[in-house]
Design a protein around this ligand. Structure first.
Ligand code: SAJ
Length: 406
């Protein structure tokens, strides 16, 4: 039986996927409310295909509990936030989970860490916990790092099809864990050592952060001299060895906006390009805010209440607001200008969106300037409703005449 610890954005789909492929799975989370919701037959976040997968897993007998199980395999998928000051990974949740596992696990158990961690986190924080509990690593407890790679919005497909990395001290244990993941994963599964696995995960997200920063910097350069960044990128990308990403209002989520800081925190004198890239991306919400002020001025809008931000999530078609550029912009706005920008997001129904704006038409009625922050399908399908509005499109999806771009 596999005990999956942490039933969040990664742990839940992983547990469901294994269960629906014939693995006996018990999911454990210390959040009783979350466990109760799952036991009541409901998923805890919106994701394409997740409800169907959930139903299959339940049929196959998956169980959810707050208790850690006595078993031979544990998969730890708890959050790893970073410390905003030191820029280093905060492994406290991983450490707590491994401590709790040590209290119940029998000798011979394998502990797989799925959470994203920076290189050496296992050496510095996880190995000591195991030793302190009187276990000998490699003899009593086997340690593995199997970082996840799935993208919110397409998690179910990517869980099935992405290649994966498994880092283990002992290749034979790596191969054993590979068989477990191969129960559902159709991609190639590479077995390597733990430090390499730790590093590859962070490097993958850093690669993307640096490339997004490059696109964002181009957007700023082009704005400064009135050039069309999108057309320039489109043409450059026709070169066989050039593939520039798209500029945007900032980088959100818990991965690309976070993981690269681990490298800056650990190697401050070496990670220069990464440091600058992260600062560039972090500066984008302020850049957008400045553009909003310029556009307001140009159009004689003095009341921020006549300006509406479309989209609160960190990217399109998900309900996840973590580190979202819109939230960063709103925070910044509160510092610089009177509050008052209106917000709307079809995926967000809590108090962040005033009740009257649970509907796109009502939101649009009350504003003159629409700022497209997120390219949800909803807005793409309703672009003609923006006719007659002043539009600032940070996502390059609106071709109405006079649309302002980044
Ligand atoms: N973004 C841009 N321009 C682009 C692409 C993205 O501004 O051209 C922005 C998005 O709007 C968003 C942010 O970047 O705010 C990140 O979005 P994303 O879709 O690129 O990635 P995440 O954070 O949802 O998921 C990433 C993925 N990593 C990589 O693509 C290397 C995913 O595979 C990882 O599993 C995930 O991080 C993770 O958990 O580490």
């Amino acid at each position: 039986m596999v005990n999956v610890i942490g039933l969040g954005y990664i742990g839940l789909p992983t547990a469901l996927m294994m269960a629906s492929h014939g693995v006996e799975v018990v999911g454990t989370d210390y959040n009783k409310k979350l466990v109760d919701t799952l036991n009541a037959g409901k998923t805890t976040f919106k994701e394409k295909g997740l409800d169907e997968l959930f139903n299959e897993a339940v049929k196959s007998g998956i169980k959810f509990t707050t208790e850690y199980q006595v078993t031979d395999t544990y998969i730890v998928s708890v959050p790893t936030p970073y410390d905003k000051f030191s820029k280093k990974v905060d492994a406290c949740y991983v450490v707590d989970a491994v401590k709790a596992v040590m209290n119940v696990c029998p000798k011979g158990a394998t502990v797989v860490i799925e959470s994203t961690i920076s290189p050496r986190t296992i050496d510095k924080f996880v190995r000591p916990v195991i030793s302190e509990n009187g276990f000998e690593i490699g003899k009593d407890i086997n340690l593995v790092h199997a970082p996840e790679r799935i993208i919110p919005g397409n998690m179910v497909y990517e869980l099935l099809h992405n290649n994966r990395t498994i880092g283990a001290d002992d290749a034979a244990i790596g191969e054993k864990v590979k068989v477990l993941y191969a129960s559902f994963c159709q991609g190639e599964i590479v077995v390597t050592d733990i430090r390499t696995a730790e590093m590859t995960k962070v490097v993958e997200n850093t690669f993307r952060a640096v490339n997004i920063a490059f696109a964002n910097e181009l957007a700023k350069i082009c704005r400064h001299d009135n050039m069309d960044v999108y057309e320039i990128i489109r043409i450059c990308n026709m070169h066989p060895r050039v593939n520039i990403l798209q500029p945007g209002p900032g980088v959100g989520g818990h991965c690309i906006s976070v993981d690269p800081w681990f490298l800056v925190g650990d190697y401050p004198r070496l990670a220069k390009v990464i440091d600058e890239s992260m600062k560039t991306n972090d500066g984008m919400p302020d850049f957008v805010l400045e553009r909003i002020y310029e556009i307001m001025k140009e159009n004689n809008i003095s009341d921020p209440g006549r300006v509406g931000l479309y989209g609160l999530t960190y990217k399109e078609n998900v309900d996840d607001m973590r580190e979202s550029p819109t939230l960063q912009l709103l925070e910044s706005q509160e510092k610089h200008l009177a509050k008052g920008l209106k917000v709307y997001d079809p995926f967000i129904c809590d108090d962040v969106v005033p009740k009257q704006y649970h509907d796109l038409d009502k939101f649009l009625e009350d504003i003159d300037l629409v700022v497209i922050m997120v390219k949800h399908n909803e807005i793409k399908e309703n672009i003609d409703k923006l006719n007659g509005k002043i539009v600032f499109d940070t996502q390059n999806i609106c071709n109405l005449n006079g649309t302002y771009k980044l």
